[in-house]
Design a protein around this ligand. Sequence first.
Ligand code: NAP
Length: 329
Amino acid sequence: MQKNIRWGILGTGWIARKFADALAVAQGCELYAVGSRNAKQASDFAAEYKIPKSYGSYLELVKNAEVDVIYIATPHNLHFDNTVLALNHGKHVLCEKPIGVNKREAAEMYRIAAEKGLFLMEAMWSRFLPHIIKTKELIDEGVIGDITLLTATFCVRSEHGPEHRHYNIDLCGGTILDIGIYNIFLSLFLLGKPAGFTASATLSNQGIDTNCSYNFTYPDGKMAVMYSSFLANPDVVAEVHGTKGSISLEHMWFCPGRVRLKTKDGVETVLSFDVRGNGYELEAEEVAECLHAGRLTSRLWTPDDSLMLAGMMDEIRLTCGVVYPAHDF
Ligand SMILES: NC(=O)c1ccc[n+]([C@@H]2O[C@H](COP(=O)([O-])OP(=O)(O)OC[C@H]3O[C@@H](n4cnc5c(N)ncnc54)[C@H](OP(=O)(O)O)[C@@H]3O)[C@@H](O)[C@H]2O)c1
């Protein structure tokens, strides 16, 4: 039997908790250590999730010789430094999205991982969810014909103050990197790289985007129409329309969910999928599988996929004037 992959979680915020829950059901995985800027926070987290080791600094965490892979769960501005810290201590890394604040950072992170012979993947968890994979299969099989239009939204009214990572420019806040990234991922995953795009945003006093819309155009006439917002709460849905039918992804489309397939003759089929945990276990299992197979990158969410996504977000931010002073393009 293969040895379990031993995980260390770096950061103890919202997503760290979801990931800890997921690791409890992820096959071939074991949550072994946690690191926080604060020792008490780390030990409380460890007690709650029954984690053997806890550390009051990220450095101590990555120095633990028993840990195989570090999950980076910090704000965007820290992904580069935290990932490089882990890689420099010989750890494989799963880094939360966006893997870097921009394409330059992302490319450098992948370069360092490759140079050191270590695994690195962006935690684009939706890529591993069965309803997203099924949507791609249905499109590739021609079930809804030639694609004409994709629409995707990701909006969450955020009541946090200006210091929170949603709004804080020093933490690289804004909808594009935080939630718009999912819309952009979906269109790139399903339709590929666009030939052109338009984008516009409303900016906060700090200069981060609070509303943003972005449309992608393709040579064959199809289009992707997307928006993200921290100011409004419309349904978070996605649809793909084709010449023979359409596919609708229900509210909270980026989480495990159902797909409605409608064909031109009016027949509607609802497709449901079983997921063992909250869905994050699937990306963790992909990491474990890659490590067991000796692969340094995922074939399902590759460095090139991450870099194309990062490059699109760079272009959209440049168009909208969303610039993070400490993270030049
Ligand atoms: N995949 C998903 O579904 C999903 C969902 C939400 C968020 N995310 C991503 O996960 C990352 C973290 O988001 P989150 O919502 O978990 O954030 P969060 O609740 O604010 O937690 C971030 C953690 O990072 C650490 N940290 C280090 N320096 C910090 C600083 N200057 N300010 C605030 N926190 C700092 C803190 O942990 P310690 O105090 O323990 O060091 C904090 O608890 C982001 O990259 C976000 O895009 C992904």
